[in-house]
Unconditional design. Structure first.
Length: 154
């Protein structure tokens, strides 16, 4: 089972990541579905308590604004580590939309970004490589002083 880095430690990741190519019924258990699939099937999936969504950094939160508080997990996929829009989406989800569930960074994220991702509201991280998760976890707390405010909902 893949590992998930959280602000409070490392644990097994029990959420299945469904791609846009996956067809048919959703598997049992906790699943993360792409926004496009959620928008298409939201009426039939709304009653599931074990469903979350994932979106790319360039997607508009307006499409899912009415559903945000329904999810336990929202994952933002970074296609390129240099794309900072995911940081902004995290802040918007926490501060403007009031999302208090798990906010996960996934995709092309670097260990050097983890501290800043946490300050923007992320509280879990699906790293592309599980080389040294202990060192990655330590990097969440590398700095003791910050010059700007942070999202404080987690």
């Amino acid at each position: 089972m893949p590992k998930l880095l959280r602000v409070d430690g490392i644990e097994d990741d029990n959420w299945q990541f469904i791609t846009t190519d996956d067809e048919g019924d959703l598997p049992t258990g906790a699943v993360l579905v792409p926004v496009q699939k959620w928008l298409k099937h939201r009426e039939q999936w709304r009653s599931r308590g074990d469903i979350g969504i994932w979106l790319d950094c360039d997607q508009d939160l307006g499409d899912i604004a009415q559903d945000i508080l329904h999810f336990n997990v929202i994952a933002i996929r970074f296609v390129d580590f240099a794309d900072g829009r995911g940081f902004s989406l995290a802040s918007l989800l926490r501060e403007r939309f009031g999302f208090v569930g798990e906010l996960r960074a996934t995709g092309q994220i670097l260990r050097e970004q983890l501290f800043y991702l946490k300050r923007c509201g992320f509280d879990s991280f699906q790293l592309p490589h599980e080389d040294d998760l202990e060192a990655a976890h330590a990097s969440l707390y590398e700095f003791t002083v910050s010059y700007q405010t942070a999202c404080t909902s987690h």
